[in-house]
Ligand binder design. Structure first.
Ligand SMILES: CCCCCCCCCC/C=C\CCCCC/C=C/C(=O)SCCNC(=O)CCNC(=O)[C@H](O)C(C)(C)COP(=O)(O)OP(=O)(O)OC[C@H]1O[C@@H](n2cnc3c(N)ncnc32)[C@H](O)[C@@H]1OP(=O)(O)O
Ligand code: FAD
Length: 666
């Protein structure tokens, strides 16, 4: 905010009962992370190349070119200022525009790191790190996305020339969707069925050069282009999601990523001791980052809706005094505050997930693979529930802002359009929950065998207790006890998984049973993932959290998150007998009282996200709350208002009016 400018939300900030600066540190993860984030946010906001206010007005071609300009400029600044990887990734975050670089850094590089041999990494990574080659992740095809084993592109080994022949045998085998592919990437990690000596060996990744490094023209045998406009006007259209066909394209044998499986010069296929699933490792990595992204997108929407709800007044004027701030309506609070609590919940679960991922990656390097299934289940499940909740929440925030939320300059329509594909990419959310369900059913089926469940399924080891325990909640206050809450969530989750396992056992064919019970399995998986989020929030509170009143606020938010989920899924809790209807009603009483505790802190709690006005790009979410004059000014900047009489008047309006006059005279 400019020095000396009026702060229309000052009153809201004065009622805060905690130290906002300390909360900023907790949200960012550390003082260092906050400092880096703050510095990079300002760097981006002060650079005219990174302006975004005109984005929705640009044509696709202009938008795309502008994105190329921004990406090139960001890279120039990263190199000039010798930014660290952490700083560079914050620059990307604040530039706030999907671009080919996301796939280059986020998937192409990790795919080579995770699936390439040491030699392959040494050859390709330095080129990628300097952006002397630009890569994408070309897995999905026109005919298959979720079913990776169903991909049709082939990679046939030719022992005569020591090459693989990459081919698209059908229309449906055309690569379709990869970001960065359409217009920019020079290379791809392309996934194809490996065929050696007429035998198939599953789907593997191959580094394929697509375009000339001299003139950017597609290489012989490559047909490549953009797949067309996507949802929304600006949004994800800054990305060149592409189509790609291979016509018997030859690549050297050493361009197959061979950490999992090797093909020798003689055409021998050697399986290493690394599990096949590591081929899916890049997706595990990205799913983990998507959980952190969910907390960012959600907190951004909530920040806009909270500030605006404090500015906006409707009804309730007494004796000519001001009307009621809409944030004071209990309905507004019950719609908004759970989303605020969810933003914090997703933030902390993403921190935990990152540490789990780092731990599993270190173990994989040492040849320990036992924790891979849990990492897969956690990343898939948390990616699924956090992105679904965030997409719904952004839309809810738009509605919370009434009519003005529908204006592009509220920032919410664009945020929704750009965010919502997260429910689909990196694995459709339902498909991913079914993966979690498989993991849970397997864990339940092994309970009798003496195998002790660990990690996020450790609670299943107490199945005997959880299957019959009764919650001892007697008052609304009791719901503030984390142990009580966790036990109710554990009982609900375990009972849902056990019920699925029991029903599955009734089918002679387990796969048929899995297909028939899929809807129940998805619900059981979601219940397990919600338990993880709740538990990790409570565990966060066991840590030392400095700053006046900060822990107290987080305690309130953790209870709001847990009781909101309980209230929303009350049917599960009741049908599994995890709690009684009376206890469900007490939880709701507690929730109402918690909303009142959040109310004086609401604006400060969103200030703690430390978002600049540039990043928020929302008139409604401005830090200073100066909404109405800005909305008014912005309206006049619309190109339609360039002339008082619109273009088209002479051709289309005037004749109409004249005709009416003529008709009236008749
Ligand atoms: C310097 C500058 C810095 C700048 C920094 C910028 C950084 C930017 C960062 C941005 C990051 C990212 C940008 C995001 C953009 C997103 C773009 C989108 C990309 C994509 O969408 S890529 C394509 C994604 N596709 C999918 O997700 C497909 C989903 N399908 C699948 O995953 C699988 O096919 C499946 C799991 C659904 C089924 O596979 P299948 O082989 O048939 O499996 P099953 O038979 O069911 O299972 C076999 C066993 O394997 C286990 N399994 C399955 N998956 C995994 C896994 N991933 N890991 C480990 N194990 C796995 C499964 O559990 C079974 O095990 P079991 O046999 O039961 O023990
Ligand atoms: C913006 C965007 C960017 C993308 N970027 C990339 C990229 O860079 N690289 C890349 O390779 N791919 C990319 N993709 C593709 C993406 O990964 C796939 O679209 C995604 O994995 C979903 O697969 P699908 O499209 O085949 O959906 P489908 O599987 O066809 O889903 C259609 C419907 O069928 C349901 N369904 C499917 N299978 C089952 C099942 N077994 N049980 C129950 N229901 C089922 C789903 O729930 C869904 O409702 C991108 C997609 C988008 C939208």
């Amino acid at each position: 905010m400019e020095v000396g400018a009026p702060d229309y939300l000052a009153g809201e900030r004065q009622t805060a009962e905690f130290d906002v600066e300390s909360m900023k540190v907790t949200w960012a993860g550390s003082r260092h992370a906050l400092e880096v984030s703050d510095r990079m946010a300002r760097l981006v906001a002060s650079d005219p190349v990174f302006r975004k206010d005109n984005r929705v007005m640009l044509s696709r071609k202009e938008l795309f070119k502008n994105t190329l300009r921004k990406a090139a400029h960001a890279w120039k600044r990263i190199v000039e200022l010798r930014l660290t990887e952490e700083e560079a990734s914050r620059v990307r975050f604040f530039v706030d525009e999907p671009a080919f670089t996301d796939l280059h850094w986020g998937m192409f590089v990790p795919a080579i790191k995770g699936q390439g041999t040491e030699e392959q990494q040494q050859k390709w990574l330095p080129l990628a790190y300097k952006m002397q080659i630009i890569g994408c992740y070309a897995q999905t095809e026109l005919g298959h996305g979720s079913n990776v084993q169903g991909l049709e592109t082939t990679a046939t080994f030719d022992p005569k020339t020591d090459e693989f022949i990459i081919h698209s045998p059908t229309l449906t085998s055309s690569k379709w969707w990869p970001g960065g592919l359409g217009k920019v990437s020079t290379h791809a990690v392309a996934y194809a069925r490996l065929i050696v000596d007429g035998q198939e060996h599953g789907v593997h990744g191959f580094i394929v050069q697509l375009r000339s490094l001299d003139d950017h023209m597609p290489l012989p045998g490559i047909t490549v282009g953009d797949i067309g406009m996507k949802f929304g006007s600006g949004a994800y259209n800054s990305m060149d999601n592409g189509v790609l066909r291979f016509d018997n394209v030859r690549i050297p044998r050493d361009q197959m990523l061979m950490r999992v499986l090797q093909v020798t010069r003689e055409g021998k296929v050697i399986q290493s001791d690394v599990p096949r699933q590591l081929i899916y490792g890049t997706m595990v990595f990205v799913r983990q980052t998507i959980v952190a992204d969910a907390s960012c997108a959600l907190s951004r929407a909530v920040c806009i809706a909270t500030r605006y709800s404090a500015v906006r007044r409707q009804f309730g004027s007494q004796n000519g005094g001001p009307e009621t701030q809409v944030i004071d309506y209990k309905t507004q609070q019950s719609r908004l505050f759970p989303l605020l609590a969810s933003a914090y919940a997703f933030r902390f679960v993403s921190e935990w997930l990152k540490s789990l991922y780092t731990d599993v990656t270190e173990k994989l390097q040492r040849g320990e693979f036992s924790t891979l299934p849990e990492a897969h289940a956690c990343t898939a499940g948390l990616k699924s529930i956090t992105t679904s909740a965030t997409a719904d929440a952004i839309e809810e925030c738009r509605k919370l802002c009434g009519g003005h939320g529908y204006l592009a300059n509220s920032g919410l329509p664009e945020l929704f359009a750009v965010y919502v594909p997260a429910c689909t990419y990196e694995g459709d959310n339902t498909v991913l929950l079914l993966q979690v369900a498989r993991f849970l059913v397997k864990t339940v089926s092994q309970l009798g065998s003496g195998k002790v469940p660990v990690g996020t399924t450790a609670y299943m080891g107490r199945a005997r207790h959880l299957i019959q325990c009764k919650s001892n909640v007697q008052s609304a206050e009791d719901w503030l006890n984390p142990q009580v809450v966790v036990e109710a969530f554990e009982a609900r989750s375990l009972r849902m998984s056990v019920a699925c396992a029991e029903n599955l056992a009734k089918f002679p064919n387990p796969e048929e049973g899995f297909a028939q019970l899929a809807a129940d399995l998805v619900e059981a998986a979601a219940a397990h993932c919600q338990l993880i989020v709740v538990t990790k929030f409570f565990e966060k509170l066991q840590q030392d959290i400095p700053g006046k009143g900060v822990k107290k606020q987080l305690q309130i938010l953790s209870s709001v998150y847990a009781l909101y989920i309980l209230h929303k899924h009350l049917g599960d809790f009741l049908s599994t007998g995890s709690i009684t209807p009376k206890q469900g009603a007490l939880a709701n009483d507690q929730l109402r009282s918690l909303y009142s505790k959040i109310r004086p802190n609401a604006v400060a709690l969103v200030d703690a996200f430390n978002y600049t006005d540039h990043y928020l790009s929302s008139v409604l979410g401005r830090y200073d709350g100066n909404v109405y004059p800005t909305l008014y000014e912005e309206a006049w900047k619309d190109p339609l208002n360039d002339s008082v009489v619109p273009d088209g008047y002479q051709e289309y309006i005037r004749p109409l009016l004249k005709q009416q006059i003529r008709n009236a005279r008749l």
